[in-house]
Write a protein that binds this ligand. Sequence first.
Ligand code: NAP
Length: 342
Amino acid sequence: MTQIINDQWRLRARPVGLVKESDFELVQEPLPATGDGQVLVRNHYLAFEPAMRGWLNDVKSYIPPVGLGEVMRASAVGEVVESRHPDYSAGQMVSGMLGWQKYALTEGMPGPMGGLTRVPEGVEPQLMLSALGGTGLTAYFGMIGIGEVREGDTVLVTGAAGATGSVAAQIARLKGAAKVVGIAGGPEKCQWLLEKAGLDAAIDYKSEKVSARLREEFPKGISLFYDNVGGEILDQALLEMAQFGRVVLCGGISSYNEEELPPGPANYMQIVIRRLTVRGFILIDHFAQAGEAIGALSGWIQEGKLIHAEDIQEGFENAPKTFLRLFQGQNLGKQLLKITDS
Ligand code: NAP
């Protein structure tokens, strides 16, 4: 095989505040030969998640931070171009933590972030990054396993037009919730939630008064609150919880780029007064049940009961810019970057 020059985005500096394009640098380096037990993958799509911002901070977390000079960690889907690993062969489509690079040389990547997964026959490869990937699985485990959504629930989902929130909100509807309300930024996203995702109501937090709208939509209180954003919206929702309500803490994107963390929720005592159950979770603890989740999600997609949106940008050179879209609220559904023509 002729030597391939690989393009990679590496971490140049630890971001301070909002992540910047200059925190990364584009480098080119020759790919070493594929060694015994290794698989060479040509990435087709890169996936972007707000959690990647947290991986850039040099702090203790559920996985080690990305090191300075290392290829930016990210999930991706691509084609095996050469395999010296018994479980993979050339031509197969695979997904995994393959990073911001055109080619990934991997051992199959055992570890906390999961391994190299073969894309099942008949499945669109990028679905393994969106509804059947990390964000779809997070929505599934968060809404069903952690939130224990049940018939009759009155459900609020924040970040509702995003990759995780849009799937979580629809799962609540599919599981018989009496009412599902989403909060998102802007009229286009709210319209999508009502007309495409089938939610009962949508609140545009950028132009509406969230506390008043929550009171209007939940006269008897929120029985299940799935939160992706934290901050002020979490605080306001705590005031509208029903007694014995459940709160699923999935993420808190509103503070991911803050240099100084804001104080905790002022309405914290509502957890006591309303006897709430508040549970946080991280997807990596649920990988063992991924098969069950993928089966259920793909069944709903095939039956047309679960719709998913993907925001596909193009061009490898645009990786940092595409990452920023998450924090500017530019994506509707899963943020992806297509980096090949095929
Ligand atoms: P996403 O929702 O597709 O994209 C992020 C969205 O967040 C943006 O489109 C924007 O939508 C919203 N946003 C950005 N800044 C905001 C702010 N300051 N305040 C309120 N909303 C803001 O991303 P995702 O990958 O699905 O992740 C959603 C959440 O789930 C994140 O908090 C993430 O960390 C969490 N998550 C957790 C796990 C886990 O294992 N616990 C796994 C995956 C994801 P608007 O236009 O509506 O503002």
